[in-house]
Design a protein around this ligand. Sequence first.
Ligand code: ATP
Length: 263
Amino acid sequence: MLEKNKNYNKIFKSTGKAAFRYQMFESGERIAVGLSGGKDSLTLLRILKDRQRISAIPYTLHPIYVDPGFDGGFSDELSRWCGELGLHLTVEKTDHGPMAHGPENRKKSPCFLCALLRRKRLFSISRELDCKTLALGHTKDDIIETLFINMCYAGKIGTMVPRQGLFKDTFHIIRPLSLVDEQHIIKLTRSFPEYFPVFSNPCPSAGQTRRREIKDFLQTLYRQDRKIKSNIFRSMGNVRLEYMLYPPVREADNDSDTGEDRE
Ligand SMILES: Nc1ncnc2c1ncn2[C@@H]1O[C@H](COP(=O)(O)OP(=O)(O)OP(=O)(O)O)[C@@H](O)[C@H]1O
């Protein structure tokens, strides 16, 4: 039984805690939910649906799937899965995937372009459905990984936040799984394949991202000491601005020591 499962209960409680701490919902709100078919967003939708029963703040759920347009897609199966939860899935068929991997995209990485186009469509479909809030399935692990991706590849410190106002605060992204460990989702979804089917991703770039590299690096770190993950997560809310570098380091000052002697 799902409701008796330890991991389900941990996720259920952490989602409630995040919703309360970051004031995610407003009464009577219509919430769009980005559903990718991956384990995180399937879990998100299921948990938000189950929390409706006990939530003091009423809300309705409106799942959206932006189909990237590869052959062998799974939008019909995903629609059926939502139907079993009593929800209607809005499917937007696009050519984002093949286009991002095709010759017309010479400037951007396929993942970057696809994610950008998807995000735009998710915002506009949410508005068409009269939803001022879009829930995404990012977890605590995604938030930590984004911090490292930003530091390593963009030279900045910042991450995805649990609740983010956009367009002069007329629209919000919420991440109700912000306090949830991905491991609990993995264990839950593996234990209950009848509730959480695996929709295989037909994208040729699936699993080959920078995020994957950072994820592997972090896993090695976490294995050394189990406190490391919670310390990194806590540190994002405990920034000592007076111990950061001001005025900022400029590119010209930034001769990183690569271990090689420089003349
Ligand atoms: N094609 C899509 N249509 C709608 N929402 C999406 C889609 N792809 C991603 N999302 C939303 O953005 C979030 C983060 O996307 P990301 O690509 O990191 O997820 P994923 O690893 O593919 O799948 P998941 O996070 O669901 O396991 C998802 O959890 C989901 O809420």
